[in-house]
Design a protein around this ligand. Structure first.
Ligand SMILES: Cc1cc2nc3c(=O)[nH]c(=O)nc-3n(C[C@H](O)[C@H](O)[C@H](O)COP(=O)(O)OP(=O)(O)OC[C@H]3O[C@@H](n4cnc5c(N)ncnc54)[C@H](O)[C@@H]3O)c2cc1C
Ligand code: FES
Length: 348
């Protein structure tokens, strides 16, 4: 029944969880420290797809866009949206590497707020002296707000430099949390303010290898890629990486000088900035247009590559639909889709 707590058995992990009435199965799993595959948490990206082995589910807002009617009829479900109507058994994907890190809930203080661009802030968080957050480069954390709401932000610092956790936060007009960081309203946040965070979360993380790699950021999608790039550049780069950064205008490439400095010191790293609302390229490494088109123009055969991508849902969708047509095996496209939090979506 929809108004009762139910048990959910997650295979092949062999874990059984309690799911509260109205609670998404993924939410219950993450709260229990089980880092199941996911990204957007809003029913769009399909990363949390699993198989319903036994029991009955429903979706609060109807079948989500990330699953087709045929897939649903075939017993597949999206764990970030599915609510249990009975006890369930589901078979989720296992992702090696990130399942081993412990998800913690920790207090932290805002140590510094530094404007990086007109609508982007660098937020530095200080954990209590006795605490450390173990994470993989590319993972994100949730800022916990009142009434169970939470907001996701990728960690931009690499694991070896985790004394302060770095976030890059884009201001969302009318956004309940990001506007407070930009000083709006009675609940404005400032250096010294206390937050609660939960993390690390997500499967978007760097896989060590030697093959050529492409990284694609859209806007603040630079944050998790900065963590990955600093990780590989500061611990030993063993492959070629072509980094693309898509933005509307040159002013949005808020750490362009840092990236250019990296390319000068590491010839295996190349950088292309792709501006969607500029009519002329103002620098040799600048192009105009959409970032996914620029990647395909440079690499029409993606079959030997690995791609890491993070940024707005529209950019991730464009990559997911176009890159496999150019030979990229879907399992070698690792991504995080920066959707709004699930509680904001119905309001929109
Ligand atoms: C895995 C992941 C990683 C992410 N990493 C980053 C990152 O590194 N950097 C980054 O900048 N972003 C990141 N994001 C996106 C970020 O989480 C969202 O932009 C953020 O949650 C917005 O929070 P908010 O409270 O300010 O906005 P919300 O309050 O959630 O508002 C979102 C939207 O809903 C609208 N809205 C809110 N209330 C109402 C209402 N009552 N009626 C109508 N509309 C309304 C707002 O105007 C706004 O357009 C990430 C997202 C995910 C899923
Ligand atoms: S569809 Fe569930 S995490 Fe994206």
């Amino acid at each position: 029944m929809p108004n009762e707590e139910h048990s959910v058995r997650i295979e092949p992990h062999g874990r059984t969880l309690k799911v509260a009435p109205g609670e998404a199965v993924l939410h219950a799993a993450l709260a229990a420290g089980l880092n199941l595959p996911h990204s957007c948490k809003s029913g769009h990206c399909s990363s949390c797809r699993a198989r319903l082995v036994a029991g009955e589910i429903d979706y609060p807002n109807g079948r989500p866009p990330g699953i087709t009617a045929e897939e649903a009829a075939d017993g597949q479900l999206l764990l970030c949206q599915a609510r249990a109507r009975s006890d369930l058994t589901v078979e989720a994907r296992l992702i090696a590497g990130v399942a081993d890190v412990e998800i913690k809930t920790l207090p932290c203080r805002i140590a510094r707020l530094t404007p990086l661009a007109p609508d982007v802030l660098q937020v530095m968080l200080r954990l209590p002296a006795v605490e450390r957050l173990r994470f993989h480069p590319g993972q994100y954390l949730d800022v916990l707000l009142e009434e169970g709401r939470r907001r996701s932000f990728s960690i931009a610092s690499p694991p070896h430099d985790a004394e302060l956790l770095e976030l890059h936060v884009r201001r969302v007009a009318g956004g309940g949390f990001t506007e407070r960081l930009f000083g709006a309203g009675a609940a404005a946040l400032a250096p010294g303010s206390l937050l609660r965070i939960e993390g690390p979360m997500g499967q978007f993380s760097y896989r060590h290898g030697t093959g050529p790699t492409i990284m694609v950021a859209g806007g603040t999608g630079f944050a998790p890629l900065k963590s990955m790039l600093r990780h590989v550049l500061e611990t030993g780069l063993t492959r070629t990486i072509h980094f693309y950064w898509g933005a509307r205008h040159a002013a949005d490439l808020y750490e362009e000088a840092r990236v250019l400095g990296w390319t000068r010191r590491h010839p295996q790293l190349t950088f292309t900035a792709v501006l969607s609302e500029a009519s002329v390229a103002a620098a040799p490494h600048h192009r105009t247009g959409w970032v996914h088109d620029a990647v395909i123009a440079d690499h029409p055969d993606l079959s030997a590559l690995e791609v890491y991508a993070a940024g707005p849902p529209a950019m991730i969708e464009a990559l997911r639909s176009s890159f496999p047509r150019h030979g990229l095996p879907p399992q070698r496209l690792y991504f995080d889709s920066f959707d709004y939090a699930p509680d904001a979506l119905p309001r929109r």
